[in-house]
Design a protein around this ligand. Structure first.
Ligand SMILES: Nc1ncnc2c1ncn2[C@@H]1O[C@H](COP(=O)(O)OP(=O)(O)O)[C@@H](O)[C@H]1O
Ligand SMILES: O=P(O)(O)OC[C@H]1O[C@](O)(COP(=O)(O)O)[C@@H](O)[C@@H]1O
Ligand SMILES: [Mg+2]
Length: 480
């Protein structure tokens, strides 16, 4: 099945899929422009006889939809808004023509709300806002579309085949947005494709909302493929959750800002401890399995950080241009220094046994050693060797779960609400195998296959990393 064509096509033909050209709003003035609209998978791709009905919002006593209210497949979000007009577009993803369907309600929908049985599941690690997304899925399905059968699948993917789903309604979830974690519970591992899809079929679910990170989205792709293979009338929507912000294409993930905000407290404490000691170093380890976004953003917003170490920028300790030389100078100059290190940084330098090298969590992610504890001990050894007669203190703070096991802040709560509603509108319109998220500030639908492949790493050659270096004046560890 053709799901994500990124070939350049004439907009006029590309959107003429006979599905959602409601309102006769074809943008004639764009006919001569060439765009590459990404085609979203749709239930009608393999179930051509599905009936449509008018969106119930049309008859809602609280809504008075205008023409602009409903979106059609000609409403798109451009992937790139920052362009190099010299025309050097290095890859299809940097083409100025690449666009994604805009998220929002469609006038015609492919589900009769009275026949919907929706399932919601949360997978992977915690992230602020998971409960808000669940709440808004429940309330949105119930209030906007009149769906009454909504279920929470317990404890991640394994919940589809073990244990009973819980029935959800707006009363039950009304204050969930104020709570950290996920009331539905989550887990790693337990991905058994056949059992999961059988579970979806056996329980009669026809809408599946999957909240999770990069691993979860890889799982969602295979679930979606199997559902297409079995030609089931089941729509699958992913809602990207990652406190590390390591999922690509979307602007940022929900909960990330809350985590960055929470990281300020340990950084402040590390600064106070360092400043109050003679040759004091405050060391803070922040989450970031393979990407340093939390460490980077926390550093940029704090201004008390002297050096930020992330997985994307290898560092070294000894010799010219190394961390020790830099800290030596900072301590001489200021008497103290604050170091922020992402958990995935420096892993190659930490000695480990063969068994430790092979260690994986239930989902198959490598298990890291504690870079903060290792750095603290290396720093102490260095000082004792080079400055045996001078006082020195390292205060190591590891706030790990404290930055993610909290409710979402106001901005993230709003973001979660818009994500949930976007997902509902897309599924009701018959789209499937998609993820919703903001691209350049506007909410879009993206094929889950693309999202599962798109990693969001810190680009140490772009301006954001240059800001870090200009704020900290830290070494580049050999990067030219
Ligand atoms: N490649 C994959 N294919 C299928 N399922 C996967 C894959 N990677 C991870 N999963 C499943 O997705 C769920 C969450 O993955 P995990 O990596 O723990 O968290 P996250 O989704 O937050 O990155 C787990 O149940 C795991 O088994
Ligand atoms: O101890 P846990 O629950 O496995 O979580 C730790 C991991 O979770 C993360 O927050 C990211 O998890 P996800 O991939 O699930 O989003 C990492 O930063 C961290 O390594
Ligand atoms: Mg992950």
């Amino acid at each position: 099945m053709e799901v994500a064509s990124t070939e350049t096509a004439n907009l006029n033909t590309a959107v003429d899929d006979g599905r959602a050209e409601e309102g006769g709003r074809r943008p004639q003035h764009l006919d001569r422009l060439s765009f590459s609209p990404v085609q979203l998978p749709h239930l009608a791709d393999y179930l051509p006889n599905l009936q449509t009905i008018t969106n119930p919002l049309e008859n809602s006593q609280f809504y008075h939809p205008s023409d602009e209210f409903y979106l059609s497949s000609s409403d798109v979000i451009l992937r790139q808004t920052v362009l190099d007009l010299s025309g050097n577009f290095h890859s299809p993803s940097t083409s100025p023509h690449l666009s994604y369907p805009r998220a929002g309600p469609r006038k015609l929908i492919f589900f009769d709300p009275s026949h919907v049985r929706a399932a919601i599941v949360t997978c992977g690690g915690l992230c602020p806002g998971m409960n808000t997304v669940i709440r808004e899925l429940v309330v949105g399905l119930w209030e906007l579309y009149g769906v009454r059968e909504i279920y929470g699948v317990k404890a991640g993917y394994r919940g589809f085949y073990s244990g009973e789903p819980v029935r959800l309604n707006p009363k039950l979830v009304h204050n969930w947005h104020k709570m950290g974690g996920t009331v539905l519970e989550t887990s790693r591992g337990g991905f058994d494709l056949d059992k999961i899809v059988n579970g979806i079929q056996d329980r009669g679910f026809n809408q599946v909302y999957i909240i999770g990170g990069d691993g979860t989205m890889r799982g969602a792709v295979t679930i979606f493929n199997e559902i297409c293979h079995r030609k089931l009338n089941v729509a699958v929507a992913g809602i990207p959750k990652t406190v590390d912000n390591d999922i690509g294409i979307i602007d940022k993930s929900f909960g990330f800002q809350t985590a960055v905000e929470m990281a300020q407290q340990p950084i402040n404490a590390a600064h106070v401890e360092a400043e109050s000691a003679v040759n004091g170093i405050g060391l803070v380890k922040l989450m970031g399995r393979s990407t340093g976004h939390i460490a980077l953003h926390a550093t940029l917003s704090s201004r008390d950080v002297d050096c930020c170490l992330i997985p994307e920028n290898e560092f070294y300790l000894e010799g010219k241009g190394g961390l020790f030389e830099f800290l030596d100078a900072r301590l001489k100059e200021n008497g103290h220094a604050v170091l922020v290190v992402a958990e995935g940084a420096g892993q190659d330098m930490i000695p480990r046994t063969d068994a430790q090298k092979e260690e994986r969590d239930e989902s198959g992610n490598p298990v890291f050693l504690d870079v903060g504890g290792w750095l603290k001990s290396e720093l102490k050894k260095w000082w004792a060797r080079d400055h045996p007669d001078e006082l020195f203190t390292v205060k190591y703070i590891d706030p790990t779960y404290m930055i993610r096991a909290v409710p979402a802040n106001a901005t993230d709560n709003l973001y979660c609400t818009l994500l949930a509603h976007s997902a509902i509108h897309g599924v009701m319109a018959g789209y499937t195998g998609f993820v919703c998220g903001p691209i350049n500030g506007n909410y879009a639908y993206i094929p889950v296959k693309e999202v599962a492949l798109a990693k969001n790493e810190v680009n140490t050659r772009d301006h954001k990393w240059a800001w870090v270096r200009s704020v900290t004046n830290q070494p580049d560890f050999g990067r030219s």
